[in-house]
Design a protein around this ligand. Structure first.
Ligand SMILES: [Zn+2]
Length: 136
């Protein structure tokens, strides 16, 4: 693996799903597979990779990268199961769309994501999920 950028991932913008048969191609290494993550880096460049290569990139510290990735997965689950997506995931997705279009800054995005996640944590605590698994 040569030529990995030194830029850090700051948010996952999108996760595409080629379906159970796979058939998509990793933009990073060209391997075939099912899911491609599209992510914004701190140099302002949007890149793509499948999850294996995604792990090779550096990422910004804190929970935002993991939360934005989780929000993409939750959205896909909700579509498949025809369930309503929790409002905090909706908010994280909306904030990330605005980040991707340049409407808000990475700092504004982080504040919105952490605020939505704070409400998710409060809800989990109220429901008695004291030992919930962290998204990061
Ligand atoms: Zn790859």
């Amino acid at each position: 693996m040569s030529g990995l950028p030194t830029a850090k991932i700051i948010a996952v913008l999108h996760r595409s799903d080629a379906g159970p048969e796979g058939g998509d191609t990793c933009p990073h290494c060209g391997a075939s597979g099912r899911y491609v993550l599209t992510f914004l880096c701190d140099d302002g460049v949007t890149r793509g990779a499948m999850s294996g290569c995604f792990q090779l990139f550096r990422r910004a510290s804190g929970p935002v990268v993991a939360l934005t990735r989780k929000a993409c997965e939750k959205a896909a689950e909700a579509r498949t199961s025809r369930r309503t997506l929790a409002s905090w995931w909706e908010e994280i997705l909306a904030a990330t769309t605005r980040l991707g279009s340049g409407e808000i800054t990475p700092n504004e995005h982080r504040a919105l994501v952490l605020s939505a996640d704070g409400r998710r944590r409060e809800w989990l605590a109220r429901k008695g999920y004291g030992q919930y698994r962290r998204a990061s």
